[in-house]
Design a protein around this ligand. Structure first.
Ligand code: NAP
Length: 255
């Protein structure tokens, strides 16, 4: 078997949260192109565009609408995925939310919602994944979507920074506990990507120009920029990578 064969995901089933748009949609398209069937989830009632991309790649797509702020979401998603495909091999915790306000004015509601979606449910999704991988005896891949704010403080996004800092170190903890089961827990830290999540930043001419000026690659990232890292971490090519957060940031952190 050649090295490139390690990257194929044929026969694998992947759960991807926040699959309907932005980075999650790009990740679904990439995993499907590499051979995986996709069980997608998000808040919206449907995710037809993503479904079309997955089916065009010749793979199966099932979708469940679930609010990841609720503790019921993780068990419902796993039940749905197991009903659809009978097994789960890859879990991508991509869904995330952000609230912007000065820290002196930040509300408890904006704190709780972001922490619930980005950190609490992410942990219980990982726990459900690990339990399923151990039960299957197959090992498996967990990919959490972190951020530049897993490494930096940011500004006016206190709950987001706390959640994404937590995602990075929690991913390390899970790797420490679960690597022995053949489970790889890793994360991807996207840089500044042109999606709905950064719409407010891109609409602010001054902030947008300052950000662009600081990105060595000289452009905002796109959902397609995550394809390589997502397929890599989901594949056997990454079997000995544990607890690491890969930045896909056009050089932002190097600066
Ligand atoms: P986006 O375009 O705003 O999409 C967010 C996704 O998360 C949507 O699919 C949304 O589902 C889902 N979601 C949000 N809250 C949810 C909830 N309560 N329950 C279920 N689903 C929920 O964001 P994105 O830019 O693609 O971001 C994806 C991930 O990358 C996030 O974790 C984000 O923090 C991270 N990230 C993004 C950037 C960037 O520059 N864009 C940089 C670093 C990290 P619906 O579509 O159904 O609403």
């Amino acid at each position: 078997m050649g090295v490139l064969d390690l990257f194929w995901l044929d026969g694998k089933a992947a759960i991807v949260t926040g699959c309907g748009r932005g980075l999650g949609q790009g990740i679904c398209a990439a995993l499907a192109e590499a051979g995986a069937d996709i069980f997608g989830s998000g808040r919206s009632p449907r995710a037809d565009q993503t479904g079309d991309l997955v089916k065009t790649a010749g793979r199966k797509f099932e979708y469940l609408s679930a609010d990841l702020a609720s503790p019921e979401a993780a068990p419902r998603i796993f039940e749905g995925a197991l009903r659809a495909f009978g097994h789960v091999d890859i879990v991508v915790n991509n869904a995330g939310t952000i609230k912007r306000n000065d820290s002196v004015d930040f509300t408890e509601a904006d704190w709780d919602e972001v922490i619930a979606v980005n950190l609490k449910t992410l942990f219980f999704m990982c726990q459900a994944a690990a339990r399923q991988f151990i039960k299957q005896g197959t090992g498996g891949k967990i990919i959490n979507i972190a951020s530049m704010l897993s490494f930096q403080g940011g500004i006016r996004v206190p709950s987001y920074t706390a959640s994404k800092g937590g995602v990075r170190t929690l991913t390390m903890l899970m790797a420490n506990e679960w690597a022995k089961h053949g489970i790889n827990a890793n994360a991807i830290a996207p840089g500044y990507m042109a999606t709905d999540n950064t719409e407010a930043l891109r609409a602010d001419k001054e902030r947008s120009a300052a950000i662009l000026d600081r990105i060595p690659a000289g452009r905002w990232g796109t959902p397609g920029d995550l394809a390589g890292a997502a397929v890599f971490l989901a594949s056997a090519a990454a079997d000995y990578i544990n607890g690491y957060t890969i930045a896909v940031d056009g050089g932002w952190l190097a600066r």
